[in-house]
Design a protein around this ligand. Structure first.
Ligand code: 0L1
Ligand code: MG
Length: 235
């Protein structure tokens, strides 16, 4: 088989879906993810953080698996809050509302509302667990709102996802493994098992609702109770 990391990298660069790779194990998936990211570091992208995936029942059901996974965030994926992103760069982008943590020396120092754009490089958004891990857990772009000190309770904050001012998803941070801080703890342990230290930078803890397709022209905003908003426009 051709180098799976090269196939995934080129699929993303050309916005052209590829068939599933049918990797066999989760370890193989993380090894391909590492090689995929190495190609991006070589092009000058910088690591700015991490993301947890499949942290809610809705997301697990949407893709038919039941395990959390982690991926990497790079500077090239970050869209400023209120900024624009050209969705022609993607294959079949979807957007989901998230909670973001700012990590310093292994601790959470701030929290924010966030949006994640996911874009599977596989045709029809269909993949196995090892395949989606290899594909940097479908990560494509993200926006983080204003950082806030961590409130006492963040385990049941209301979350709205709006497109063009209309509410399209309603959820709660409870959907993120019962408490987004659990996604952080589980993520740190999972990453450590794969030789990755998740101690500094941004951590997208996971989506509070299912992801929705993102069309050009859409203005997307999430509102998270006590944490404010994050927004972007799709060009
Ligand atoms: O961020 C996520 O939860 C996405 C994980 C990968 C599954 C998907 O593409 O929906
Ligand atoms: Mg996500």
């Amino acid at each position: 088989m051709a180098d799976p990391a090269a196939l995934l990298d080129e699929a993303a660069l050309n916005a052209k879906a590829i068939p599933q790779l049918d990797l066999e194990t989760v370890d193989e998936g993380y090894a391909v993810q590492e090689t995929l990211l190495a190609r991006r570091w070589a092009r000058g992208e910088r690591l700015v953080g991490y993301k947890m995936g499949l942290t809610s029942k809705a997301k697990m059901a949407q893709v038919g698996v039941n395990e959390v996974i982690f991926g990497r965030l790079t500077d090239a994926m970050q869209v400023p809050d209120g900024g624009s992103v050209d969705v022609a760069r993607f294959i079949h982008p979807r957007v989901e509302p998230e909670v973001a943590f700012l990590l310093r020396d292994g601790d959470i120092v701030a929290v924010a509302a966030a949006l994640e754009l996911i874009d599977s490089r596989y045709a029809d958004f269909k993949f196995t667990l090892p395949d989606v891990i290899a594909d940097n857990t479908s990560g494509a772009a993200f926006t983080v709102g204003a950082w806030h000190p961590v409130p006492v309770g963040i385990d049941n904050l209301g979350v709205l996802l709006e497109i063009d001012g209309k509410v399209v998803q309603v959820g709660s941070t409870a959907a993120i493994l019962g408490d987004p801080r659990r996604a952080w703890r589980d993520g740190v342990a999972l990453a450590a098992r794969h030789g990755v230290e998740m101690s500094d930078g941004i951590l997208l803890a996971g989506a509070a609702t299912a992801a929705v397709p993102l069309a050009p022209g859409a203005h997307v905003r999430t509102v998270v109770q006590s944490l404010g908003t994050a927004s972007l426009r799709a060009l």
